[in-house]
Design a protein around this ligand. Structure first.
Ligand code: GDP
Ligand code: MG
Length: 598
């Protein structure tokens, strides 16, 4: 029957090992995409993905493979991101599949995210098909990498596919292995509909488009469906698959991966991880769904134009459909007005959210410096969660502040172990273990404050090891630290959005650094601006931004009103991403100044 010829699989790997390029070759080999429409990393279809050369979103496509046994197989391939900030996309993709193609770079070997991602797949009981990619590289060592896959990951790699996604080598071998190794889906086609929502996106015309994997039953236009979690019901308007462009189908059935639209305009009723069933013949139990993701970092997002607050709310709600890990709630800043405190999985995630809001929803935003969530134990023994440094209670009412610690796993050639340890130590890391993976590669484990890792740690790690180190981390627990809140005052006024938390030991140096940096970032105005950093009432660093000597416009354009207007217009445009706080204009960079360390 139908399901026997279906194979559902995700492609997983460490970033840059060639997942998206391998997907290209598969699309080509199976004539899914016409030669003239082919382009590199075709599935990275978001502008942002193409510009940055990374995959941000999972992407599911259907293709047909004519196998050597003479049968046509229907493949559903899901390309996934490799970066740690987007591992939620990977775990959701895996839940829709029976197998995972694990790509390992023949020159780089197993790296931190290789392990993290393959373990997600193993936890889900997926069949793993290992591929050793980039064998065309002069530095490729496929046999060594084969052993590494066996020793480090612990899976059989004796018949791992040797491939070059770039040169198109090994692709047929891979497709055959997918047919023979990955099991066909096995759900009951005649049972009540059970479809897992693994992604969604808002479309202005069609409403919410649900990406689904059917585990039981069938669905077709006209069916009345019910979202098991929210209880809301809709009539299906269209079903189909992406190939890679959307193609309508008469129906989807158990084993299929595709999309459903049902004129869903109320975006609050659908949630990734929910189960879609048939309202007239409902399933008894919903599918397991996904574990909730907890944001690692929080930052304030404010429209540069205060009137755009409602637009920002609507944009966040729509974006959340396509970015299930995003969290937000309204907040008010004395300095910045009305905005949202948003939770992200990391700084890249935060960056991507801001960019998508600006591009896809035409907003101009100011982002405040990201912060982890602290726990303040108060003198009355209650514990307050602090997601925004400016909300840290007064020192007099705090017994103890705790911060999140992560277990950081760093894989690195042994030549660089010293550099890695020095960096970790410098960032308040506590050494755990060091283990040789083979003759020259080492796995170093540290316990570190999350706040020390999320900012520029990864960049420092890469530059300190000539790009050879790879990093993975997960939050372990909260530990008490000697932390203080530092406030920044401009022109004598506290700017709440610039407050930050620092370890007491580094407070004075960081305060001096930041005050100095703000001096360079904040444009001069026609009066002198004192810049101060304070712990409570105590000023610990200060400087001044000198005033302009003369009013430039008055001198140059004194008489000519239109030219003067033009100049003001220009200045206004240049002021985008600037926020007037009191009498001082603060540019976006100022809010990020507290992030830089060195
Ligand atoms: P992803 O992050 O895993 O999706 O990796 P990409 O598919 O975006 O590829 C990362 C980089 O590796 C790109 O510059 C590709 O051109 C390159 N690449 C991918 N596969 C191969 C290969 O087989 N050989 C060589 N030499 N380069 C490859
Ligand atoms: Mg990719």
């Amino acid at each position: 029957e139908h399901q026997k010829y279906i194979r559902n699989f995700s492609i997983v790997a460490h970033i840059d090992h060639g997942k998206s390029t391998l997907a290209d070759r598969i699309l080509e080999m199976t004539d899914t995409v016409a030669k003239r429409d082919m382009k590199n990393q075709l599935l990275d279809n978001m502008d942002l993905e193409r510009e940055r050369g990374i995959t941000i979103k999972l992407n599911a496509v259907e293709l047909t493979y004519h196998a050597k046994d003479g049968h046509d197989y229907e493949f559903h391939l899901i390309d996934t991101p490799g970066h740690v900030d987007f591992s939620y996309e990977v775990s959701r993709s895996l839940a829709a599949c029976e197998g995972a193609v694990l790509v390992v770079d023949a020159a780089q070997g197993v790296e931190a995210q290789t392990l993290a991602n393959v373990y997600l797949a193993i936890d889900d009981d997926l069949e793993i098909v290992p591929v050793i990619n980039k064998i065309d590289l002069p530095s490729a060592e496929p046999e060594k990498v084969r052993k590494e896959i066996e020793n480090v990951i612990g899976i059989d790699a004796s018949d791992a596919v040797l491939a070059s996604a770039k040169k198109g080598i090994g692709i047929e071998d891979l497709l055959e292995q997918i047919v023979h190794k990955i099991p066909a889906p096995s759900g009951d086609v005649n049972g009540p509909l059970k479809a897992l929502v693994f992604d969604s996106v808002y479309d202005d015309y069609r409403g919410v488009v649900l990406s689904v994997r059917l585990f039981e039953g069938t669905v077709q236009p006209g069916d009345k469906i019910k979202m098991m979690n929210s209880g809301s019901e809709y009539e299906v308007t269209e079903v189909g698959v992406n190939s890679p462009n959307p193609v309508k189908r008469d129906y989807l059935m158990s084993g299929d991966v595709g999309y459903i639209t049902a004129s869903i305009k109320d975006i609050t009723t659908t949630r990734v991880g929910d189960t879609v069933t048939n309202a007239n013949d409902p399933a008894e139990k919903e599918l397991p769904g996904y574990r909730e993701m907890h944001p690692m970092v929080y930052a304030g997002l404010y429209p540069t134009d205060n009137a755009k607050f409602d637009d920002l709310r609507e944009a966040l709600e729509k974006l959340k459909l396509n970015d299930a890990a995003l969290e937000f709630e309204p907040e008010v800043s004395q300095a910045l007005g009305f905005g949202f405190r948003c939770g992200f999985l990391g700084l890249l995630h935060m960056d991507v959210v801001q960019e998508r809001l600006e591009r896809e929803f035409s907003l101009d935003l100011i982002t405040t410096a990201p912060s982890v969530t602290y726990e303040a134990k108060l003198t009355d023994d209650t514990v307050k969660e602090v997601e925004n440094p400016s909300e840290m209670p007064d020192t007099s009412s705090i017994k103890q502040i705790s911060e999140p610690y992560v277990k950081a796993t760093i894989m690195v050639p042994n030549d660089y172990v010293g550099a890695v340890m020095e960096l970790c130590q410098h960032r308040r890391g506590i050494f755990d273990t060091m283990e040789y993976l083979d003759d020259y590669r080492v796995n170093v484990v540290y316990h570190m404050p999350l706040s020390e890792i999320i900012f520029d740690f990864f960049d420092k790690l890469k530059s300190g090891t000539h790009g050879y180190a790879s990093l993975d981390y997960e939050v372990e627990d909260y530990r008490a630290s000697d932390l203080v809140k530092i406030d920044i005052l401009l022109n004598g006024e506290k700017v709440d959005a610039l407050s930050f938390i620092s370890h007491r030991q580094f407070a004075a140096t960081r305060a001096r650094d930041i005050v100095g940096r703000l001096k360079n970032i904040i444009p001069r105005q026609n009066f002198e601006i004192p810049v101060q950093a304070a712990i409570g009432a105590k000023i610990i660093a200060r400087t001044n931004i000198k005033a302009y000597r003369k009013d430039v416009t008055a001198k140059l354009y004194g008489g000519d009103r239109t030219r003067r207007m033009k100049l003001l217009e220009k200045q206004k445009a240049g002021k985008k991403r600037m926020k007037a706080v009191g009498k001082v204009d603060i540019p976006q960079e100022a809010f990020m100044a507290v992030l830089q360390t060195d």
